[in-house]
Design a protein around this ligand. Structure first.
Ligand code: FAD
Length: 384
């Protein structure tokens, strides 16, 4: 199930960069994808190998061990890794979310302390959600209070992707001035994780989405990221970045489903001809190709918007909305094309469909993305 080199899927950034990742995906990720999904494993070794390949810190400044590549490169990495396994790719998303928060809003001391770790494989989680707060994070039950020369955090976070292996957590908590963001090393006293009854999702299974418990967790003053009370704005900025990258993963899932179904249709015979020779089946592929191509262009436009700081929320929201829905539709159609084989547990189509559908919710649901787009439309309407 490796990406063919000739191709419908021309690299959208430099071919050597994409080629290197495609090789790693083919050799290391594709063979492991089924087991990671079936056993719900966080692939620590693969994540460290991706770091050694230069993937985990590619957009960070050189002074922090990064490569200062534009966001299109990060999107391309997510797309290619997502082609092999969306669960592996989502490991990078939580790492990039923590990085974005620290890089964009962190003090010099925080950046110097934490950013260099990412090039060496530091694993991070981004924790907003709580039992009673999902899309709406304007008020949180996790509390942060000033105490002497530090902060004390108390509360619990839910659905935390990569949380089973994270070495640091970027956490949103309610402080006196409003929602605020903190970096919390896992080994801090009072931090614990557990697998709750809602930790196992049917898609994007990179280890259980754990609960993170914070009991009288004491942090130095400088572990507040950015400004007290500005956490929601900072979180939205970070999500605009990760939504664009998540959209890249959805494109990867759609491409993987397309390629796998095309191989099946090319090789399978029915009524004395290959399945791919039925015009009805060809039209499925034609329509899927047009939709993947369209969404893919949008995703790279969103990456450019991030680099140029132009209308970021609009492009990131549209990219994730489109790409995640296209991926789900494509994955479902590919099950259909493959008939009974499409539904087999040992075939990859169930995984593609579950991962694609889950990404219509995780990291910003389609409804929330439509709200962001509608807000932009209304601003425009007032100016028309
Ligand atoms: C696989 C996976 C991984 C996740 N990883 C993380 C993680 O690492 N860190 C983290 O903090 N969270 C994580 N989450 C949680 C995720 O961010 C939330 O699930 C998401 O924000 C939606 O919140 P909710 O599930 O509580 O739904 P709710 O907010 O309760 O919404 C329920 C429904 O109402 C809709 N809705 C809500 N508000 C509006 C509105 N204003 N207008 C229209 N419709 C609306 C939603 O779209 C949804 O359909 C993860 C979730 C999943 C599925």
């Amino acid at each position: 199930m490796t990406a063919p080199s000739g191709s419908l899927w021309r690299p959208m950034v430099d071919a050597d960069f994409v080629g290197g990742i495609r090789d790693f995906v083919a050799q290391r990720i594709v063979p492991a994808a089924h087991e990671i999904d079936a056993k719900d494993i966080y692939p620590v070794e693969i994540v460290r190998e991706l770091a050694a390949l230069g993937c985990n810190a590619m957009s960070l400044p050189v002074q922090y061990g990064g490569r200062e590549l534009g966001y299109a490169h990060s999107v391309a990495a997510c797309e290619e890794i997502g082609y092999g396994s969306a669960a592996v790719a989502i490991c990078l998303i939580t790492i990039f979310q923590a990085q974005t928060m620290l890089k964009t809003f962190g003090s010099d001391s925080l950046r110097r302390r934490y950013l260099p770790g990412f090039a060496k494989g530091l694993i991070a989680s981004y924790a907003l959600t709580e039992a009673s707060h999902g899309s709406d994070i304007r008020k949180l039950d996790t509390k942060a209070r000033r105490d002497g020369d530090g902060w004390v955090l108390d509360g619990e976070k839910s659905f935390i992707t990569s949380g089973s292996s994270a070495e640091i957590f970027v956490i949103l908590a309610q402080a006196e001035a409003g929602v605020s963001v903190f970096v919390v090393p896992r080994e801090t006293e009072g931090v614990s994780t557990y697998i709750g009854e809602n930790s196992a999702t049917f898609g994007l299974r990179n280890g259980p989405h754990v609960n993170v418990r914070l009991q009288e967790v004491r942090l130095p003053l400088d572990h507040l990221i950015g400004q007290e009370g500005k956490g929601v704005r900072q979180a939205v900025t970070t999500l605009d970045h990760s939504r664009t990258l998540a959209a890249g993963i959805s494109i990867g899932i759609a491409r993987a489903a397309f390629d796998a179904a095309l191989r099946f249709a090319r090789d399978r015979t029915a009524f004395d001809q290959k399945v791919v020779e039925f015009q009805g089946i060809q039209w499925y592929f034609a329509e899927m190709l047009a939709r993947i191509d369209g969404a893919r262009l949008k995703v790279y436009e969103a990456a450019r918007a991030l680099d140029e700081h132009q209308d970021v929320s609009r492009h990131a929201s549209a990219a994730k909305l489109l790409a995640s829905e296209v991926a789900t539709d494509v994955a479902a159609k590919c099950v259909q094309i493959c008939g009974a084989y499409g539904t087999m547990e040992n075939a990859p189509f169930g995984r593609f469909l579950r991962d694609a559908k889950t990404y219509e919710i995780g990291g910003g649901s389609s409804e929330v993305l439509k709200n962001a787009l509608a807000k932009r439309v209304l601003t425009y309407a007032a100016e028309l």
